[in-house]
Structure formats: C-alpha cells, structure tokens
Design a protein around this ligand. Structure first.
Ligand SMILES: [Zn+2]
Length: 436
C-alpha cells in the first residue's frame, strides 16, 4: 500500500497542474545550444537551435537568444536528440556466460542483495549510454526487485533511467526456466507459472498490486528446428489464459507485453489482444496484417540474436543461426506494412558493458531509415509507453531528457553508441566535451 501511495505522488509531480502551482521564477533555467537537432518526431533536422529548459521541462525550442541569467550548455558542435528509450531490458540479468554458470546460477546461488547491487549498476549503465527511459520486462526470479530499483531512481538515491517495470512475468507449468533438474528437487522459476484462466488472472492481479506498470507474458518457450529445418517454439498459455490476463490488465489501464517467437504461440498472443510482441522472430504476412489492424507494437531485439551462437554443426547452433536468419525478413515485412515498432535491445540478455545502441544498425540493415530507427527509440517508444509528448521528443512541454552525440547519426547510426551528453529530468548526468 505504501508503495502505491508513493507512486501516486510521483505521478502527481509530473502533472502540469502541480508544476503550474510552483512559481516559474523559482525554477532554474538552462539553455542548450544544439548544433544539429533531431527532435524525435520531425523527419528532418534543424540547425543552431536554442532549447530553453525550466526546471525539468522544455519550455521552448527555436533560434532565439538565451534568456538572461540562464545557465548555457554549449552543444553547438554536436547532434542533440531526445533521451533514448529502450523498451526491452532486464536490469536483473547480466549477460551471464555459460562458463560462469549461465542463467541458472543467478537464481540458485546469488543472494538477492547481490543481484540488486548488480541491477543498480545496470540502471546506471543505461543512463550513461543515453537511455533515459527503459521498460524493464521482468526480473528473472528476482521477484519485485525492479519496483525497488525504480523507486530508488525516482527518489534520487541512485542514478538511473525512468523505469516502467513488469515484475515477475507470467508463463505456464513447463513454460520457463529453471529446468532440467531432478523432479524431486524444487527449483526456483524465472517467472510466475500459472495454469488456467483463474490462476492467470490472479497472477496478473498480484503483480499489478505490487507495482507492475506492464505485465510480461511468455507466449512461447524454447526454440528448435523441426525435421524440415523450420524454427519452432513451444506455445505456453492458452488463448483463454491470455485473454483473462489481458482483460484484467486493461481494466487497470495497463498493458501486456508478450514474448513470442513463432506460431502457434504468436497467433494466440495476437488473438488474445496483447499490446506488444517481444522479439517476433517469425512474423508471416498474416501476423503482420493482424498487428497493423489491431495496432499491436513490435519490439524486435534483433542484435541479441547475433550475440552468442553455439557451434555451427550442433542442433543448438543451427537453431541460433535460424533465429537470426528469419528475424531480419520478419522485421522488414513489419516495417513495410507499417507495424508500430519500438526499439528494444534485450540488454541484460547480453552484458550491460556492451552498447545498447548496437541494435540501431540492424534496424537500418533490415529496412528502416536511420531517422525511423531513432524515432523508434524516442517518440514511438514514448507512444507505446503512454507518454506521447512527454518523453522521446524535444518540444515545449516535454520532460527535459536530452542527449547528444558528436557525429551525425543519420549518416552512421553507430555514433549513437557514443553519447557525450546526458540530461535527465533537467539535470545533467553526463557531459563530455564533444570533439569538434
Ligand atoms: Zn527479454
């Protein structure tokens, strides 16, 4: 109960009404001089822009002079863009190497405080890389730890991005790790397992009650190649189970993210009315058409499937290559058909020391323009999160989340890996002098 009361207070602080009640003169004014501006919405750039920030909000953007007495940040040699949004992260995963115990060791041997300490570092890494907002899609056995990390960020105890959290995630019996242990031994599971619509709805209620902003559902589990060499994955929840969750979550005014690789789990996810498809490895024309019709978001996480491949001549190795092979064309099909796409990296699945922005070149390789890719990580993602006009845009009234890179990301999206300036909520977190 206490947690929820606190959340409401934070929400209140973000509202215009509360801000208006505060005398404008009491808030510090900062001006950013932007050499090139990508505002997150517009298809073209502007040069030599002055961004006026009062408190934690952008007040104006234009070519005018800085107001007297304002603190000036000179980014006239840089490209300035909105703070980026990663819509698929796991702060409670650290890209565990199989040689160090892989996924399982985290649930079996690591004290929760140890995992929380690492999550604190992960949150900081997101911000350092210019990702000022993340949607963290489940804690992998760390319970409601994400709600705690989010709270610590919001209270200014630790540096980190704005967080939309989904707590424990939901799958079915036989539908999630840990697996492969003797049946007599009870091992922890990386998600909350349910069977039947009643349990499904109850799990969603529990997670929402305890702070979930989104509910994450695994609609497929594992993947392998069948005799014909096609990618397969095991469907988990039934349509009825998913519908119970979606109905409950939508009643709370929240949304459902569905991990889905292939049919039939993919089809159930779409028929069940999920709000975002995570990964979406194999999207046929029918799936893409249904996503367009229903307004379903795609959060692709392409780069993650190029990271770690088992040896080529093994079943797992062939599977790993096939996943990457089908993903690109699926993404291309979705871009072409006009599916709404939000940038997601699945960082945590790989090390937080790797660049999150390594996803951008894959998006461009498979059919997006660099500007579309940037918008998927700014205004589009903000729209998915219900924060249109507040996040992912540099415009009057938006929250002052601003980053800068020294090169031109429209020529080479890889420069987004090297963010030189990060402001979140009007406060400068990182400021390296961009090279001229
Ligand atoms: Zn993930």
């Amino acid at each position: 109960m206490q947690g929820r009361g606190w959340t409401l207070v934070v929400g209140g602080l973000l509202s215009g009404a509360v801000l208006a009640a505060e005398p404008a003169t009491a808030q510090p004014v900062t001006v950013i001089r932007a050499g090139t501006l990508i505002d997150g919405v517009s298809g073209s750039t502007k040069t030599n822009q002055t961004i006026v920030i009062r408190g934690n909000r952008i007040e104006s953007v234009g070519s005018g002079a800085a107001p007297a007495g304002a603190k000036v940040i000179d980014l006239s040699g840089a490209t300035v863009l909105p703070g980026m949004i990663d819509s698929h992260t796991h702060v409670f995963l650290q890209g565990e190497e199989p040689s160090k115990g892989g996924y399982d060791v985290q649930l079996l041997k690591y004290p929760s405080a140890y995992r929380a300490a690492r999550a604190v570092v992960a949150a900081r890494r997101a911000l350092e890389q210019g990702f000022t907002t993340i949607r963290d899609v489940e804690t992998e056995g760390a319970g409601y730890g994400d709600v705690g990390i989010k709270r610590a960020v919001e209270e200014g105890i630790i540096p980190g991005p704005r967080m939309f959290v989904s707590t424990r995630a939901i799958s079915t019996t036989g539908g999630y790790n840990l697996e492969g242990y003797a049946p007599e031994i009870v091992v922890p599971k990386g998600a909350q397992l349910i069977d039947g619509p009643v349990e499904a709805r109850k799990a969603a209620r529990e997670q929402l009650e305890n702070g979930a902003d989104w509910i994450k559902v695994y609609m497929t589990h594992r993947s392998w190649l069948d005799a014909a060499g096609n990618l397969q994955s095991q469907p988990t929840l039934t349509l009825e189970e998913l519908k119970a969750i979606v109905d409950e979550v939508h009643g709370w005014g929240k949304k459902v993210a569905c991990h889905a690789y292939t049919n039939p789990g993919m089809k159930r996810a779409l028929d069940g009315g999920c709000d975002s498809i995570e990964h979406g490895l194999e999207l046929d024309d029918a799936a893409v058409a249904q996503m367009v019709k229903q307004g379903t978001w795609l959060c692709p996480t392409i780069a993650a499937y190029y990271g770690y491949w088992e040896p080529e001549n093994t079943p797992a190795g062939k599977r790993d290559r096939k996943r990457a092979e089908v993903h690109g064309p699926s993404f291309r099909r979705a871009v072409k058909a006009g599916v709404k796409i939000a940038f997601g990296s699945d960082v945590g699945g790989f090390s937080w020391d790797d660049p999150i922005a390594k996803e951008f070149p894959y998006m461009v390789q498979f059919g997006m323009t660099p500007m579309q890719a940037i918008q998927s990580a700014t205004s589009r993602a903000a729209e998915m999160l219900g924060m249109k006009g507040q996040l992912g845009v540099i415009a009057p009234g938006a929250l002052a989340d601003v980053v800068a890179v020294s090169g031109d990301p429209l020529k080479d999206v890889k420069v987004l890996e090297k963010v030189v300036f990060v402001m979140k909520d009007g406060s400068v977190f990182r400021s390296a002098q961009p090279s001229p």
